[in-house]
Design a protein around this ligand. Structure first.
Ligand code: AKB
Length: 319
């Protein structure tokens, strides 16, 4: 990995991954690819090149790859699960037609490609606890359908054309930097904002809804490490289960109350998000990622909660 293009560089993962790649891998360039209306700002804009890059515009991507001699593409453009249920055709267009553009360019120009998958690639027939690496994947959401197809298509380009495609199945990602939008797991970010502001949190998922979750520094570490892993140790490619914690709304609320004892939460279940969450695993087994490329998370619910609260107080100017 020397010259890298991040497509979707101003999104929840992209805004932090672009900065990490620039910091951790000096000597090359990391280009922040964005769509008009979500231009990079501040440090993201000042610390390296930025280019308009719509994943659905193959010519635009190819020009950036040529201009910067790109060897690795992080393809992060996607609509998250709840939004994809509202806009299924748009989700298909971005996730599938966008992916084909990226894979074709990678094939022609010899780039490695990372396109994230998700816990959303599983469905109601998948074993819920200790969900194995290789198991039934029959998702019932459009987001899940595109994620399974992403995994299959990425493997296909590797098998058929030798494109170096790799991926992880991200859990719900929690960060204080850039808000997610339109996901089923967004509540686990929004709850911290409410807690720090002293507001009651209205939870859209029911008690007992366990989901895999991860703090953003661990997710970034995974995205970088998998692309640097020695190829000969990889039995799997698209895509690896990774997790670092699993909790339900009561569990995260209890962790917050250890730091903010008067935190209040009530439930107003959103049927769309609840039915998506009910079709996802409680907790994945990530033994293959641990064995094949040394995956280990650094944060658990307690350490993440402390870090989130400290950093959100700073960000929001709350004592
Ligand atoms: C979502 O909730 O849609 C995403 C995901 C788990 O992939 N955060």
């Amino acid at each position: 990995m020397k010259n890298i293009l991040v497509i979707g560089a101003t999104g929840q993962i992209g805004s932090e991954l672009t900065m990490k790649l620039r910091h951790d891998l000096p000597g090359g360039v990391t280009v922040a690819g964005y769509i008009p209306g979500s231009e990079p700002k501040g440090k993201l804009l000042e610390s390296g090149p930025a280019e308009k890059c719509n994943v659905c515009d193959a010519k635009q991507i190819a020009e950036i790859v040529d201009k910067y001699d790109i060897d690795t593409i992080y393809n992060l453009a996607a609509l998250l699960s709840a939004t994809a249920e509202r806009l299924p055709l748009k989700a298909w267009d971005i996730q599938m037609n966008g992916l084909i553009n990226v894979l074709e360019i990678a094939r022609e120009k010899h780039c490695a490609v990372f396109t994230p998958s998700s816990i959303g690639s599983f469905g109601p027939d998948t074993p819920r606890d200790n969900t194995p690496q290789d198991t039934i994947q029959r998702p019932t959401s459009m987001y899940g359908v595109t994620k399974v197809a992403t995994e299959l298509l990425s493997d296909y380009y590797h098998i058929k054309y030798g494109v170096d495609t790799r991926s992880v199945r991200f859990p719900g990602l929690i960060s204080y930097t850039t808000l997610p939008g339109g996901g089923t797991t967004d509540y686990a970010v929004e709850i911290y904002y409410a807690a720090v502001k002293g507001e009651e949190f209205v939870c859209p998922l029911a008690p007992g809804t366990y989901l895999d979750m991860m703090y953003m520094p661990d997710a970034l570490k995974a995205a970088v490490n998998i692309m640097q892993a020695r190829e000969r140790y990889l039995v799997h490619r698209n895509s690896f289960n990774i997790t670092s914690m699993s909790f339900d709304p009561e569990g995260i609320a209890a962790a917050i109350r250890k730091e903010i004892p008067d935190f209040r939460m009530r439930y107003e279940v959103d049927p769309v998000r609840q039915s998506i969450a009910d079709s996802w695993p409680n907790r994945m087994d990530d033994v293959c990622a641990r064995k094949e490329w040394g995956w280990t998370p650094s944060y658990n619910l307690e350490t993440m909660t402390h870090d989130m609260i400290v950093n959100l107080r700073l960000k929001l100017g709350i004592k």
